[in-house]
Design a protein around this ligand. Structure first.
Ligand code: IOT
Ligand code: MG
Ligand code: MG
Length: 507
């Protein structure tokens, strides 16, 4: 595939300042070339580093005398935006943001369906914006006269002491990084650079109402929306790569990709010496005639990547780290040229797929809770794969798909004794019957990750009842070491960390 299939930039680190100012060293887990920018606007100066694939980063920045846009990621409703802006045919995503801003000011970000983080410096303001899902994490440190922003918090943790460190109402502080806040999902932070004052504006909130829709209408809508989301994420003429477990979520993405990708499709499955879903994935790969590969990761090698997973995701949630660890191992094994990877990640959140019983009120309770609490978990972060130079994208968390799935009443999600019924029914003509009927299995279960991590902790002497607490402490410690402390994850020995934490627990 050609590199133009990748976003113009994967991430950035930037400093906007009134007087002189320096930019911290560019620290990214993301692999890519670094390009420095220095722009003197009418009121503010900006220094930035973009991290990008070889073909970038010209489409990732746009500027005129008073405004500079930095853009990491990609937009999926380009056609609609270009129509409303009368953009030239070859506009870049940074230019689209710039054009929307001219027309709508910060409301521009309400209009974008994408997977991105953006920084817009204009006049005396810095706007820091996330997509609806916060799927490309973005962090800011608003000191008076000097605002720092980065797509990975480790770059800001390395920046030295903050001047002000005052809280930003409506934004979460980041552990052990004074003055640093994460921009909420679906939000734009409007920062006055002279004072460092910041105001959060929401650009998307998860819907809390539910729709009573007929079966056929629901499944037709789901099919159409998911197909649109997949099509918008496919490489231009190249072969898509789908990470395939053989469950309904990733199999649906693979089936829709196969139905439109003219150049053929690749699928990839991971397993460990302990567990895999290889037979179930093979059924789908054969049915769709994809070029399919299986990677088996040794469990010891898998667990050794816990520090790398925390370093990439910058997440403190132990359950999320268990979901992301096998995917981290998988992405790191994809060699050759950079790929555009489609996943089935996130389908279980609006569909309540992790919920394993029949009662509808409980199902909707879980959906409402999960849609309220995903922000800050960073489970969709592209850094999991950009550490290996690849770009991942998640069709179920396309803004339109996510909204549609969320609002369907619970009885369409669990129906006829089946979980995720509406999705299964929507895909039944494109997949083998056994795939459509296959019960849900989480990636952390299918790879044995949860069990293997637990075992390692018990082997270090922890009691069964303490395993969950030890996991949480281990993830925290890995965050403190690698993200905050700048320790190379390759230098961290996971057994030593676990041993230390279990010993602490005994004291
Ligand atoms: P799961 O749904 O099993 O897997 C997520 C995606 O990872 C799959 O759709 C597939 O694209 C990829 N994948 C999984 N297993 C493999 C494999 N063996 N080989 C290759 N690719 C694979 C956890 C989970 O159950 O994953 N994620 C949930 C939600 C997490 C809860 N988060 C929250 N409440 N905020 C999900 O919805 O994806
Ligand atoms: Mg799933
Ligand atoms: Mg699964």
């Amino acid at each position: 595939m050609t590199q133009t299939d990748l976003p113009a930039a994967f991430g950035f680190l930037a400093s906007a300042h009134t007087g002189g100012g320096s930019i911290p060293a560019a620290v990214f887990a993301t692999r890519g070339r670094h390009t420095r920018l220095s722009e003197r606007l009418r009121t503010l100066s900006v220094d930035a580093v973009l991290v990008h694939p070889d073909a970038g980063p010209s489409g990732a920045h746009a500027s005129d005398a008073d405004t500079l846009v930095l853009f990491a990621g990609e937009i999926y409703n380009r056609d609609e935006i270009d129509d409303t802006l009368d953009s030239p045919a070859n506009a870049s995503d940074a230019e689209r943001v710039s054009g929307l801003f001219e027309k709508y000011d910060l409301h521009a970000f309400r209009l974008i369906n994408g997977r991105y983080a953006a920084l817009l410096v204009t006049g005396t303001r810095v706007l820091a914006a996330t997509d609806h899902a916060g799927s490309v994490p973005l962090y800011v440190r608003p000191d008076p006269g000097h605002v720092l922003a980065a797509t990975e918090v480790k770059g800001l943790a390395a920046a030295g002491a903050a001047v002000r460190g005052a809280p930003v109402a409506g934004a979460r502080r980041v552990r052990r990084t004074p003055g640093v806040h994460q921009v909420p999902a679906g939000a734009v932070l409007d920062i006055r650079v002279d004072t460092g004052e910041a105001t959060v504006h929401r650009t998307w909130v998860p819907p809390v109402h539910r729709l009573l829709t007929g079966e056929n209408e629901a499944l037709n809508n789901v099919r159409a929306a998911l197909e649109r989301a997949v099509v918008r994420r496919l490489p231009d003429g190249g072969r898509p790569l789908v990470v395939l477990s053989g469950g309904i979520d990733s199999s649906a993405v693979a089936a829709l990709s196969a139905s439109v990708a003219t150049a053929g499709m690749d699928t990839l499955s991971m397993g460990t010496d302990v567990a895999d879903e290889f037979p179930q994935a093979r059924v789908v790969a054969e049915h769709l005639a994809s070029r399919h590969r299986e990677f088996t990761v040794d469990t010891r090698d898998l667990l050794a990547l816990l520090p790398h997973t925390v370093y990439a995701a910058e997440s403190l949630d132990p359950a999320v780290i268990e979901y992301l660890l096998p995917l981290t191992a998988l992405y790191r094994r994809i060699d050759g040229p950079p790929r555009r990877i489609l996943t089935g990640y996130g389908a279980d959140i609006p569909l309540g797929g992790m919920h394993r019983e029949d009662r509808l009120p409980n199902l909707d309770t879980v959906v409402a809770f999960d849609m309220d609490t995903f922000d800050g978990l960073n489970e969709m972060s592209p850094v999991l794969s950009t550490v290996a130079g690849h770009w991942s994208t998640h069709p179920y968390w396309d803004r339109e798909v996510l909204e549609l799935l969320t609002v369907l009443e619970a009885g369409l999600k669990r129906r006829y004794g089946r979980d995720k019924w509406v999705l299964r029914a929507a895909m039944s003509d494109l997949l083998p019957a056994e795939t459509v009927a296959r019960p849900k299995l989480g990636v952390h279960e299918g790879s044995g990750t949860t069990a293997s991590f637990s075992l390692l902790i018990r082997q270090a002497g922890a009691a069964e009842d303490d395993v969950a607490a030890v996991k949480a402490r281990v993830v925290q410690e890995l965050f403190d070491l690698t993200v905050v402390g700048g320790v190379d994850p390759d230098e961290v020995v996971i057994e030593e960390i676990i041993g230390k934490i279990v010993a602490e627990g005994r004291r």
